[in-house]
Design a protein around this ligand. Structure first.
Ligand SMILES: Cc1cc2nc3c(=O)[nH]c(=O)nc-3n(C[C@H](O)[C@H](O)[C@H](O)COP(=O)(O)OP(=O)(O)OC[C@H]3O[C@@H](n4cnc5c(N)ncnc54)[C@H](O)[C@@H]3O)c2cc1C
Length: 412
């Protein structure tokens, strides 16, 4: 990166980067690490001075652990998280089926529960191993100009009025669903809000459920529950309307009534409400600018796949960018392959997330009765053997680079 012009000398990076990654969320951090492992010079900026503490994503799937293994991080993640090897589905206090991840055919026969803040902390720490990567907090991306041989990006230090321009070969927007990089590159999105609403909270765990995940369905609303590290447990309830400030009271009352677990509101670490949406960008790249993670696509978070899909974006994009830097003539073909592969993976994951959310949030006695029959006889009946690999994201097309056939990538 070469500072091109600056009305003030801030921010002073003094670092010659080939790739600018905007956004140090889980996807931008993984991408910067993977590029660092390939020796690429990366400037990673985030408008936040410090990372967020909210827990958000908790499910890390086997394909993501395979990606993390390439950075020697799979063990670090496992030591920090809780491997969830079983899940039970209940309706009206009766068990409809038990899911066992033991036979899914992966080195990681579980999904790992780890709060997003801890995922971010591990990935930030790992950056220290790569001298070609620099992370700069408190720096916001504000715009860009594409040139024949590179991109000029405009960055602003927190609180500073003046902008600094930097010149890089490629820019990646990993800056979340409101991506400013996407807008600056002239890319547009199609998006749709789902009507479903949820409240989630992390509580000191007194459920006695150990490391098991539970889904409780009823004619009225659904409840999901997942173990968290350190003796905590996440509870998510479906809600018709978000009940203002009394979120914790509403959540605990619903969990007691629908799942039979008494929670104490004062034992909550945090409680928040969220909705669900689907969003996809029209193109995953424009010239020398590419998007990854939520900047490119958003699916219902109830499926627990958004971050994992972003991780696979990062892995493929790191390979494409490293090659484009070595062989600039391959850049366009590499980005085109990236778009094709990652769009297909997203579409399948988003469809599954939507169907799962719809099934889980059906209301009324008739719909609930049909769901019970479907879960018992179809999901835990004829589809029984496919169910655990499905939830582990092992059946997503191109789930990681090991599962991208060479013919799908540009040849020499
Ligand atoms: C309640 C909930 C539960 C979820 N559970 C799961 C789950 O279990 N499993 C799963 O896979 N996914 C889950 N998800 C989805 C997951 O949280 C997201 O897919 C993930 O955070 C996307 O990561 P990202 O790095 O692409 O974007 P983000 O996490 O949004 O990070 C973007 C970063 O870019 C920075 N930024 C933004 N604009 C700028 C700018 N102009 N300049 C500089 N920096 C900028 C931001 O500060 C931020 O740090 C869940 C989501 C929610 C809401």
């Amino acid at each position: 990166m070469n500072p091109i012009s600056s009305s003030r000398r801030e921010p002073e990076f003094g670092f010659d980067a080939e790739v600018l990654v905007v956004g140090a969320g889980p996807v931008g951090l993984l991408l910067a690490n993977l590029l660092g492992a390939r020796g690429v010079r990366v400037l990673l900026v985030d408008q936040r001075e410090t990372p967020p503490e909210s827990s958000m994503a908790i499910g890390v799937t086997p394909p993501s652990l395979e990606i993390l293994r390439s950075l020697d991080l799979d063990r670090v993640f496992q030591e920090a998280g809780v491997p969830v090897r079983h899940a039970e589905v209940h309706e009206a206090r009766r068990c409809l089926g038990r899911l066992d991840f033991a036979g899914i055919g992966s080195d990681y026969p579980f999904f790992l529960s780890l709060p997003q803040a801890q995922t971010i902390a591990i990935l930030r720490e790992k950056l220290n191993h790569f001298p070609t990567v620099r992370l700069q907090g408190g720096v916001a991306f504000t715009g860009l100009t594409t040139e024949r041989r590179g991109v000029r990006a405009r960055l602003r230090n927190a609180g500073a009025a003046a902008e600094t321009q930097v010149a890089v070969q490629f820019v990646v927007g990993a800056d979340g669903h409101r991506s400013r990089v996407r807008a600056a590159a002239g890319l547009t999105v199609r998006e749709r809000d789902y009507p479903q609403r949820f409240i989630m909270g992390d509580f000191a765990d007194a459920s006695g459920l150990g490391t098991e995940a539970r889904l409780y369905f009823s004619a009225e609303a659904s409840v999901e529950s997942f173990p968290l590290p350190g003796g905590w447990r996440r509870w998510i309830v479906q809600t018709a309307a978000v009940p203002g400030p009394a979120l914790a009271a509403h959540l605990t009352a619903q969990v007691a009534r629908l799942a039979g677990h008494p929670l104490r509101p004062e034992k909550a670490r945090f409680v928040s409400a969220f909705g669900a949406k689907r969003m996809e960008v029209n193109h995953y790249y424009a010239g020398r600018v590419a998007l990854a993670g939520d900047a490119a696509h958003v699916m219902s978070s109830i499926g627990g796949q958004g971050m994992n899909t972003g991780f696979a974006d990062a892995e493929l994009l790191a390979a494409v960018l490293a090659r484009a830097l070595r062989e600039p003539a391959m850049a366009a073909a590499g980005f085109a392959a990236y778009e094709k592969i990652r769009r297909r993976a997203f579409v399948v994951a988003a469809r599954r997330a939507e169907r799962g959310m719809r099934l889980g949030t059906l209301r009324g006695r008739a719909a609930s009765g049909l769901r019970r029959v479907f879960i018992r006889h179809v999901l835990f009946g004829v589809l029984r053997r496919r169910l655990a690999p499905h939830f582990a994201m092992l059946t997503i097309p191109y789930r990681n680079l090991n599962h991208v056939p060479p013919r799908c990538l540009p040849a020499r």
